[in-house]
Every structure is written in structure tokens, then in C-alpha cells.
Design a protein around this ligand. Structure first.
Ligand code: MIG
Length: 660
């Protein structure tokens, strides 16, 4: 059951698409205080709090304070409290069980047993919001109800489930060709190569630097012949430059955000000084979305939207005032206090939260401070793109995923987890985030596999791939200046490439589970406790998750480990693979086991009485043989298999599903 409550006069977020009548009674479970901005709930000793989508820390969110205020934050650490998305959906399970969604586009904090272990305290910046309370039989039942009211998740093309190679640092057409060549040379399957900001002419959206990419259309054609899709990046800010068509049109038709004085707001990002499109305006969305045609017309069929929190390196105004003050300070004898003032000023220039108070949107003719709708910005940018694809490519799926998001954005694209690092702890965090993202509707997702920042080591690469082979998006992406981490940069390509081959073998299953999760408002990844509800050890398991109803994933996330402890909530079949055709299985009893696994050994589990389909080796998704599937699992088991052409937008669950 779902009930809806409203406080003040909220701005429409379009997160919920089902009509739910307003309840006028008292909000259940919570005590509402401070002018309807603070919501507190008394937690019982063993209550677990799930949710919050893209956030740091574990599956059980209890014991920390989180913030929804989308943030370009390359430090995803234990003491971080906000990342790029705002997914204000929580599920409390224990003494009582309910879900709650705070549909609120501004800054909102979730103190989940941080100040007081017994208290869940949610505090918003103002009272204008909608709150939804969901009750149901099971955790999954509540999630499904929630997913139903927020609308069907975005569906990616099947080729996007292939392996993708990316690096911020591919600068030329030759760089791209080299990536394709090397994958071919080492026989590493590949479906996509990503273009980061360097393909653009001085970082201007919807332009191509023809010095470095002589003919992008031709390159795309050449790549497609080799089974590879090029996926260019699009950033949120539009470069201020006379004569640049996107800028000129934006000015002419008044599509940009305004500052306090009603002038077009000036921030700076990669292109230098930019204006930010006012994505809250439908006209702006339509116009910006139409721009993707430049690339679609070249045959490009995938994009990633970046910097759309929006990230701001500096604002014109802050930069000027910091410069002024630094100038003053430089004329004095610098004492230690002045030194720290100077240091603080300079460090505070980028992504300064106060800058979000200095620009404005036009929402139905009303001037609205950005901070009130901050968390919607990336969402509305992605919506702009998706709605344009809908107009331009009626029956073709276009790959789209975004860095920043809000619940609602899941209908228009997937997300990636942003700038993680090549750290073992981030491998674990990658896995822990997956169920929470599914709860919020984000099914097409994945982290930068092997880590974005920092230097990857070969063992980390191996172990991380052993997790990523299960996530819908499987993209190896790294930052400029870090150690190159294409698989062929390491000694043991023979082994890493086998992991990628296993991924392709698993695609029929992964894709089927993905599609069923989307079409049934189900979760592709679940905490163990969602299916083993009375098992207290399952409830406490933070480093294993379920995939569909068949698989349990148990990645190794520690360096030099020779294996790991695994908890089996029931008798299961252990699968050990070193390649697609070197497979060993063994039935293990319920309980704890120490499982040894060499670096090149992938270990996962098939649940009691289940099986999964496996395809033969393939070079790319186009060459996958889904007609001749093999099976892995229990004899006499059956599997509900979904299959479609992977590209058109006809998704007939009944017609496309069969028991095999
Ligand atoms: O300021 O485009 O998260 O994936 O490689 C960094 C360069 C901007 C951030 C993205 C990352 C991308 C990078 N971008």
C-alpha cells in the first residue's frame, strides 16, 4: 500500500508517474517537527535500513550520515556523504517494515543512527516536499510497488552489455584505432570504445576536433564493421564563444540559467567559461536534445552525459572575489591565519556549494533558485537526450547513461558510479551499491571497472573484472595520468581475456535478468536478506549479493587473498571457472565455507535447483550464438529465459519469454 503526503508547495520533480491521491492524515511512523522539515523515526535494535541508491558505505546504511546534494566528488570514501545522485528512497526492515520516499529536489540529510544509534532523522532544507510511505508483505514487494509508481526503467541496447573500453586520454582517431587493433590482436572481445572530452573541439558539446578526428562518421563506420560502437561524452556546460552555434542559439532563445542580476550565469568547466542550459525548461530540453542529432546522424548510437551535477570548476564571481582577497593578502605580511585563509579560499573555488545559491531557473515562468532543484539537473539533462532519441530514433534503442541523477532519471538512462579509484575497497563498494541502485530504478549501471583514479594493478584488474562480468554496464575506464589499464597493458592478457570471454558467455543470462527486472519492476541485484528473510546471517551479509533468482555473487576484494569466506544461506552449487570451457562445479552445504580461488579463477554460486544459460565464445554481442545455449546448474532445473533482438523497442514480456 502506498500513501502520499504533501508539505508546503513542492516543485514538481516528475519522479512519480502514477497518480496517487493525497492523504491528509498524520504521516505514519515518523515524528514531524521543525516546521515540517525534520522527520524522525525510532529504530529498533536490529532494524536494517536499505536504500539511498548511489551512496558510500554498506548495504545496511545504518551508522552514518548521508546527504543528497549531487556532487562531483572524486573521493568516494568512508567519510564521504554525498556522490552524484540523489536517491531518497529508504526501506526500513526489522520490528516494522516500510519504505519511504522523500520526493525533494534540494539538500536533504539522512542521519541513520549516526547521532543516535536508535534514531533515523531526515532533515530537509525547507518543507516543500512530497513524502510517500509504502508498506507491504516483504522487502521486495515494497520495492516493486515503489518501482511501479516511478515508472519503467530505461532499456539499453544489447550491444551495451558487451565489454567497453574507455580512457580519458584517447586523443586522436589513431588512439581509438589502436585500442580496436590491440583488442583484435589479443582476441579480447569488445563492443564499444568510449570517446572522452578530447574528441570535441576545445570541449565544445556537439563539435568534433577535425584535426584529431578527421572524419568521425567514417571512423564510426569503420568501427561498426569491426563490431565496435563509439560512445561519445556530452558535458552539461555550453562554451561561451561567439560564432559557436550551440552558444549562439542558446543566447538567442534564452535557454540558459540566470544569475542574480538576470544575466546568463557564468561558470567554468572544461571548455573554460560556460553557460548552463536551463534543463528545467521544456524548450531548453527540446533544443539541447535536438543537438545530439549531429552525432546520431553519423551513425553513433550511444552517449554518456557528464558534469551534470552540474560540476563547476569556478564561477566568474567567486573567482573575482577570491583574486581580490588574495591580492590584498599578498600585500600584507602573511601570518599563519592569513595563510590558512588564503589556502581555504583557493581550495574552496571548485564545486562550492554556495555557488548553487547564485543562479536561477525558469520554471513555468517563475524564477527558482538552483539550490531548490539542484538534484534534478542531471536528471533533466538526461531526459532531454532521451526524449530527443524518442523523437529521432523511434524504434532503435540508444545507449545513454549519466553521471548525475535523481529518481525519475532511471526512465531516461542508466548511470555509472562516477570517479571511483583503483582501490580494493571500491571493488566492494561497487558491489554493495548495486541492490540500492536497483531499488531506486537504476538497472542499467556499472562502475568504472578496475577503477578510474589511481593506479590499477594486474591483480585488482582480474578481481574487479570477476565482479563486473555480472553488471549490465561493463566498462573499463580510467583517468588521464593514471597507469594505463587496457587489458593488454598487463602481463597476463591470456587470463584477463578469458574473463571477458566468460562475460560474453553470460550475456544471455545477464541480459535476460536485466530485461525481466525492468519489465517486472523487479530487482536484478538483491541483498541476500531479501530472499532469505528469516536468516540472521543472510541479513548481516555485506559482501555477497544475489543476481536474479539463480546466482549468488561472491567477489574477492582483498589483495593477495587466496580465497574468501562465503556464507551459503542454503545448499548451493559452487561454480569455478578459468575460462568458458574450463568449468568445475561442486555442491556445498548451507553454512560457512572458506573458498580458495586463484587469481584466474572466477567463483560464483548457483542457487539450489536452478540453472543458467551460457553461450559459446563470441567476439562481440553481434556474434553471440543465443540459439545454441548450454546450461550450468542443477539437473532438471528450468529457467525463464527472456530474449529479443536487443535493438528495437518492442519488449513483449510474454512473447519473448520461454521456459528452457
Ligand atoms: O573533470 O571527461 O566522471 O569519467 O573521464 C573530469 C573527463 C571530467 C569526469 C568523469 C570521467 C571523465 C572525466 N570527467
Amino acid at each position: 500500500m502506498i500513501t502520499k503526503y504533501q508539505y508546503g508547495n513542492p516543485i514538481e520533480t516528475d519522479a512519480v508517474v502514477k497518480d496517487i491521491p493525497l492523504s491528509y492524515g498524520k504521516l505514519p511512523f515518523f515524528n514531524v517537527t521543525n516546521g515540517n522539515t525534520t522527520f524522525s523515526y525510532v529504530l529498533s535494535e536490529n532494524d536494517i535500513v536499505y536504500g539511498l541508491g548511489e551512496q558510500v558505505r554498506g548495504i545496511n546504511k545504518r551508522g552514518w550520515k548521508y546527504k543528497s546534494y549531487n556532487f562531483d566528488n572524486p573521493n568516494h570514501q568512508e567519510d564521504t556523504n554525498s556522490l552524484y545522485g540523489a536517491h531518497n528512497f529508504l526501506l526500513i526492515s526489522g520490528e516494522k517494515m516500510f519504505g519511504v520516499f522523500f520526493d525533494y529536489a534540494g539538500l536533504i540529510e539522512f542521519d541513520i543512527g549516526y547521532t543516535d544509534h536508535k534514531m533515523l532523522i531526515v532533515t530537509a532544507d525547507d518543507e516543500n516536499m512530497k513524502v510517500y510511505i509504502l508498506t507491504g508483505e516483504t522487502e521486495l514487494d515494497i520495492v516493486k510497488q515503489f518501482r511501479e509508481i516511478i515508472g519503467q526503467s530505461y532499456i539499453a541496447p544489447k550491444w551495451a552489455f558487451g565489454y567497453g573500453q574507455s580512457r580519458w586520454g584517447y586523443k586522436t582517431e589513431e588512439d581509438i584505432r589502436e585500442v580496436a587493433d590491440k583488442h583484435e590482436k589479443y582476441n579480447i572481445p569488445l563492443d564499444s570504445i568510449y570517446l572522452d572530452i578530447d574528441y570535441m573541439e576545445r570541449y565544445k558539446d556537439f563539435t568534433v576536433d577535425t584535426q584529431r578526428f578527421k572524419d568521425l562518421k567514417k571512423l564510426q563506420e569503420e568501427m561498426l564493421k569491426r563490431g565496435i560502437h563509439l560512445v561519445p561524452i556530452i558535458d552539461a556546460g555550453v562554451k561561451i564563444e561567439k560564432g559557436y552555434a550551440v552558444y549562439e542559439e542558446g543566447i538567442k532563445y534564452d535557454y540558459f540559467c540566470k544569475d542574480e542580476d538576470g544575466e546568463n550565469f557564468v561558470g567554468a568547466v572544461w571548455p573554460g567559461r560556460v553557460h548552463f542550459p536551463d534543463f528545467m525548461k521544456p524548450e531548453t530540453r527540446r533544443w539541447f536534445g535536438d543537438q545530439y542529432a549531429v552525432l546520431l546522424d553519423m551513425g553513433i548510437d550511444g552517449f554518456w552525459n557528464d558534469m551534470n551535477e552540474p560540476a563547476i570548476f569556478y564561477t566568474q564571481k567567486r573567482l573575482e572575489s577570491v583574486m581580490r582577497r588574495v591580492n590584498e593578502l599578498s600585500k600584507q605580511n602573511m601570518g599563519i591565519d592569513e595563510f590558512f585563509e588564503f589556502k581555504g579560499l583557493v581550495e574552496g573555488i571548485s564545486n562550492n556549494i554556495e555557488d548553487y545559491n547564485t543562479f536561477f531557473h525558469d520554471i513555468n515562468g517563475k524564477k527558482v533558485a538552483h539550490k531548490k532543484v539542484h538534484n534534478l539537473y542531471g536528471y533533466q539533462m538526461t531526459r532531454a537526450a532521451y526524449e530527443a532519441f524518442d523523437r529521432m530514433e523511434k524504434n532503435k534503442r540508444i545507449l545513454m547513461f549519466s553521471r548525475s541523477s535523481y529518481i525519475g532519471a532511471h526512465r531516461y538512462g542508466g548511470i555509472w558510479h562516477g570517479d571511483n579509484k583503483s582501490w580494493w575497497s571500491h571493488l566492494l563498494m561497487n558491489m554493495q551499491m548495486l541492490p540500492a541502485l536497483n531499488m531506486a530504478g537504476f538497472i542499467f549501471s556499472g562502475a568504472d571497472t578496475c577503477g578510474f583514479g589511481s593506479n590499477a594493478t594486474e591483480d585488482l584488474v582480474m578481481r574487479w573484472l570477476q565482479l563486473s562480468i555480472f553488471t549490465p554496464l561493463m566498462r573499463n575506464h580510467s583517468a588521464i595520468g593514471t597507469r594505463e589499464q587496457e587489458l593488454y597493458q598487463f602481463q597476463n592478457v591470456a587470463d584477463t581475456k578469458k574473463i571477458i570471454e566468460i562475460r560474453y558467455g553470460l550475456i544471455p543470462y545477464i541480459y535476460s535478468e536485466y530485461m525481466k527486472a525492468v519489465l517486472n519492476n523487479d530487482m536484478m541485484f538483491k541483498p541476500l536478506a531479501f530472499d532469505f528473510r528469516d536468516d540472521i546471517l543472510a541479513k548481516a551479509t555485506e559482501d555477497q549479493i544475489l543476481l536474479g533468482n539463480e546466482v549468488m555473487i561472491t567477489p574477492i576484494y582483498k589483495q593477495n587473498a587466496i580465497g574468501r569466506y562465503v556464507y551459503l544461506p542454503e545448499e548451493m552449487m559452487m561454480v569455478r571457472m578459468t575460462s568458458l570451457d574450463q568449468v568445475e562445479t561442486k555442491i556445498l552445504s548451507k553454512g560457512h565455507h572458506y573458498i580458495q580461488a586463484k587469481l584466474n579463477e572466477l567463483v560464483f554460486f548457483i542457487r539450489h535447483g536452478k540453472k543458467i544459460p551460457i553461450a559459446k565464445k563470441a567476439k562481440n554481442t553481434a556474434e553471440l550464438h543465443t540459439q545454441k545455449l548450454l546450461f550450468l546448474g542443477w539437473k532438471d532445473a528450468s529457467y525463464l529465459y527472456y530474449e529479443d533482438d536487443g535493438i528495437s523497442r518492442k519488449y513483449d514480456l510474454e512473447k519473448n519469454t520461454k521456459i528452457i
